[in-house]
Design a protein around this ligand. Structure first.
Ligand code: PLP
Length: 454
């Protein structure tokens, strides 16, 4: 086992905190504790600077410690800490919704606020059901997700998601959910730069699923335009266009889960604009507030919203929401974040860095165990050959090695994912890739020693 050198702040008791999506026992034996952050760097408990190669969790797109956001949050807390969310309003929520509508794809201009990506997904699924019902098509109740998708950890998102480990312990989930095949195909697309050539025909499975269940039983199809959490799975050229066409042909709503791809990750405000494919709803979170305050949203086509604005005007149209929907402090953080993106041209910056990013990450093709590299915008996935009988162990060791040497990368199974803040500098791109290359060499050396001893 690799020992981390992190010193703990005095008397920090690790036992009570049950950590999310973490190997708790392994972590607590060798904790990695972060104590502050600024710009592109974290500081660890033992005072080391750690270059953030994953923007926190794909969310700190404008870099850490942005004073403008902190000041906006403080101002808001001192003015209006909380406003009753149901049957009351406050200016920030209306302002932020209007700002989001301005940068969203055409026709998507109605915004429902939530507190996370998971809540955004469950909300979008509920809106889809309510929309069809309002139009007299309440028989459309099925959802179609995709293998290896991640749509958060609520029951809805887990059900349309396609990651076995996230599903197997949790029973039968939502009924009436089917899945499309995932789009990873290393056999045909290994080491593609940008969008892979092969696999648009995988979208045709949607026709087969429709043939099995009947179009009039299906409410919506939900996909990540680019899957992040499963380890950066890209849509083949033409794939999303085909999904859109099939959904149109059969009256199915198309939901893009843009929780990772939203707010500049691919060099445009949203992936929908990058691909030129417009969904009926988008789910967003993460970069919406630069992760400073939890917040998510569903951005829906006006027609979906309007279809629900029926019945007596004194009655609630959609029986859904959260105590913290449109929380004033989150809205203040969101507005300050959008200001930064705009003022600093960060989406354009991501676009202009993406070819250098592509070139540099693909130099890892010479490193040990690398069987595929995928990139798009400021995202990359480096897939490793798994160690026999120890799935995920090699990538874990590489991640820990990078951390010990001052770079934070993310591990998903045997894939290393990279998604730095959009403010990254050229030298820092090299630092991330050099660190990963050195880590993989050290992992290979240790494997060789182990093999020699064995
Ligand atoms: C595509 C996608 N949807 C939903 C989620 C869930 O977001 P949250 O963790 O904010 O609930 C994530 C988180 O990584 C995500 O990547």
């Amino acid at each position: 086992m690799i020992e981390t050198k992190t010193a703990l702040p005095n008397e920090l008791d690790l036992s009570a905190y049950w950590m999310p999506f973490t190997a708790n026992r392994q972590f607590k034996a060798n904790p990695r504790i972060l104590v502050s952050a600024e710009g592109m760097h974290y500081t660890s408990a033992d005072g080391r600077k750690i270059l953030d190669g994953v923007a926190g969790l794909w969310c700190v797109n404008a870099g850490h410690g942005r004073k403008e956001i902190a000041q906006a949050v403080e101002r808001q807390l001192q003015t209006l800490d909380y406003a009753t969310a149901f049957q009351m309003g406050h200016p920030g929520a209306f302002e932020l919704a209007a700002r989001l509508a301005r940068i969203a794809p055409q026709d998507l201009d109605r915004v429902f606020f939530v507190n996370s990506g998971s809540e955004a997904v469950d909300t979008a699924l509920k809106i889809a059901l309510a929309y069809h019902r309002a139009r007299g098509e309440g028989h459309r109740t099925r959802f179609i997700g995709r293998e290896r998708a991640y749509h958060g950890s609520g029951f809805g998102g887990m059900s349309v998601g396609g990651l076995m480990n996230n599903r197997r312990a949790f029973g039968s989930m939502l009924p009436g959910v089917d899945h499309l095949p995932h789009t990873a195909d290393i056999g045909r697309n290994a080491f593609s730069t940008g969008l892979p050539e092969h696999g648009a025909e995988l979208a045709d499975h949607l026709e087969r699923v429709i043939g099995l269940h009947g179009a009039d039983t299906i409410a919506a199809v939900i996909v990540e335009p680019m899957s992040g959490s499963a380890g950066v799975l890209l849509p083949p050229k033409g794939y999303l266009e085909k999904l859109r066409a099939i959904c149109d042909r059969h009256g199915l709503l198309l939901i893009f889960d843009e929780v990772i791809t939203g707010f500049g990750r691919l060099g445009t405000a949203f992936a929908a604009q990058f691909f030129g494919v417009t969904p009926d709803m988008m789910t967003v979170a993460k970069g919406l507030t630069n992760a400073a305050i939890p917040m998510g949203a569903v951005i829906a086509k006006r027609g979906i919203h309007d279809a629900l604005m029926t019945g007596p005007e004194h009655l609630i149209e959609l029986f859904h929401g959260y105590t913290y929907s449109g929380h004033p402090v989150a809205c203040a953080a969101g507005l300050a974040t959008l200001d930064i993106y705009e003022r600093e041209g960060l989406f354009e910056r991501a676009a202009s860095l993406s070819s250098l990013w592509e070139e540099v990450v693909h130099t890892l093709s010479d490193s040990p165990y690398v069987i595929d590299i995928r990139n798009l915008g400021l995202v990359a996935g480096i897939e490793l050959e798994p160690r026999p009988n120890e799935p995920g162990k090699r990538a874990y060791e590489a991640m820990v090695d990078c951390f010990e040497n001052g770079v934070l990368v993310r591990q998903a199974g045997d894939i290393i994912a990279l998604s730095p803040p959009l403010i990254i500098k050229e030298a820092q791109i090299h630092q991330i890739v050099d660190s990963l290359s050195a880590a993989l060499s050290r992992v290979a050396n240790r494997d060789a020693i182990r093999g020699g001893l064995g």
